[in-house]
Design a protein around this ligand. Structure first.
Ligand code: GTP
Ligand code: MG
Length: 192
């Protein structure tokens, strides 16, 4: 629908939005593609720092998904990276129609210091977020369960964190229905 490189370029705040955030390369763009059954609706790549704008995708006028640039990328020039991160944070803090942030965490690596910093910001701004463990296909079921439990333990005291975790694999297309159900609750039809 639209890509924004500054706050003036944002679409009107007239439709519920959900945003996908997380470290660079965690699989945000891939998850949006998997959810929508499109190969490259959101441009994904093995090269961290692929998404450099706030990209808005309209789902039949009922809700928008927002693909955000990732944080923690080492390769991008520092100044450029700071501009994306500042814009993203300004968006997350000030967007009245933002219903939820999905914070993606690589299931193999779990929460990193950069993720904790971003959760501090979301808690402070009272922006509701839920963790998604991505690339679930890379772990054995028992490892995945252990990671989920360890991650839950670390977020229970966080005020804006939703106390349930979703696991997904974009390559194996697993967990997508759980996520779709969660997202449906934010559409006007569903919530009346
Ligand atoms: P930035 O835009 O740089 O912030 O990255 P991103 O979070 O949008 O990541 P992207 O979707 O571009 O995916 C990064 C890499 O991870 C790509 O090589 C994807 O193919 C791979 N990937 C994404 N999701 C999965 C998954 O569920 N399983 C596996 N095995 N690989 C995945
Ligand atoms: Mg991306």
């Amino acid at each position: 629908m639209k890509g924004a490189v500054d706050l003036a370029g944002l679409p009107p705040a007239d439709t519920p939005e959900i945003a996908f955030w997380g470290r660079s390369n965690v699989g945000k763009s891939s998850l949006i593609n998997a959810l929508t059954n499109r190969k490259q609706l959101a441009r994904s790549s093995g090269e961290p720092g692929r998404t450099r704008e706030l990209n808005f995708f309209d789902l039949g006028g009922a809700i928008r998904m927002v693909d955000l640039p990732g944080y923690g990328f080492a390769k991008a020039p520092k100044k450029t990276a700071q501009v994306w991160t500042k814009l993203t944070e300004a968006f997350l803090r000030g967007r009245p129609n933002l219903k939820r942030v999905y914070l993606l965490i690589d299931a193999r690596h779990g929460l990193k210091p950069a993720d904790e910093t971003m959760m501090d910001g979301l808690d402070e701004a009272a922006v509701s977020y839920q963790i998604i463990l991505t690339k679930a296909d890379k772990l054995k079921p028992a490892e995945l369960t252990a990671m989920e439990e360890a991650t839950l333990k670390r977020i229970v005291k966080r005020p804006a964190a939703f106390p349930e975790i979703i696991r997904t694999s974009s390559t194996k297309k697993s967990g997508l229905d759980d996520l779709r159900d969660a997202i449906a609750a934010f559409t006007p039809e569903f919530s009346g």
